[in-house]
Design a protein around this ligand. Sequence first.
Ligand code: PMP
Length: 394
Amino acid sequence: MNQQRALLSRRVQAVRGSEIRELLKLLDRPGMTSFAGGIPDPSLFDLDAFGAACASSLQGGKALQYSTSEGYLPLREWIAERMREKDIACGPEHVLITNGSQQALDLIGKLSLDPGDTVLTAAPTYLGALQSFRIFEPRFDTVHFRDGGASAGGARAKLMYLVPDFANPTGATLDRHDRVAALELAEEHGALLVEDAAYVDLRYEGEAPPAIASLDQRRCGSIEAMRTLYCGTFSKTLSPGLRIGWICGPSALIQRLVLIKQAADLHTSTLGQWVMHEVAGAGFGARLALARDTYRARRDAMLEALDRHAPTGMRWTRPKGGFFIWATLPHGVDAAALLRGALERNIAFVPGQPFFADGSGSNTLRLSFSLADQQTSARGIAALCALVEERLAE
Ligand code: PMP
């Protein structure tokens, strides 16, 4: 073992697996009610449309061939059109197709980070982003949003990472003021701003604030002068298995990212991109409407069950979209210990601690409402709350 350790780079020696991931391997057990994974409901996958798109994309065989690192032009054009609907004026030359938005985070880390650089994130923030950036050995500092302003510790930051809409893990959304404040803070630091918009299209109520990228573009007059890289994905809306996401930003940065992507994997699956283009082009709006209706009802059921069953001292967020409710347990109840007890009763969730770069948050947890139907969710939440009550009585 020690001998093999010597084969590893310093970077990789520092990478740790998580105990929680080990526990969550139990998720496949029959009868498990999972509030753990941030994954879409597979019954929403449009199997007919994907089947037909596979068949038509295979005709002529071109979709089986190598293709460009930037990605399939008609798909980039379709995405650019959607970006323009979000008031981000751009063309396909501003769009790079990635293997999910997870790869976008890795490519952006390579683009921007040297060891010791400071990355600003919310606390808690998306665990997968922390994992991606950690490989590049940065320091992490927290962005605080208070009284209409954004602030962070003293060190000059190189990169700021935010999930402004229905964040993973909190479900929180930054309002327009916070977005402007984030941009101003990034400007002050001279930092690149990563807007991770993974859940933006899954809004169940209210009006969407402008994308940070659109605010940035308005301030500096052109996409080419922006400091924001917008990361999108089809994972939460159409299919995560096809692994198709994108980065939209200034062409000078996109061109650098294309070179980095080329070195990593040459390009995203040609067939996958063709299929996604056909499916998205034919019925994105209708699929989105169905997904929103489904998840809205599930969110409401989970909130109702929490309102009814949660013990005094437990708090939780009321997200307007996305997949997640974030709960804070009553004082003295540890979420990782609670998970062990919950798994014995066939209920799973994700303890909150790994979402904090500094390892705090041991009494927090993330509840995903995307998978369980309303009845199952209500039953599971009632049982989970009963377990919290038991812990309090101990
Ligand atoms: N960003 C956020 C905030 C996420 O929650 C996820 C998925 N869990 C991703 C990025 C990565 O998604 P994908 O690579 O499937 O696009």
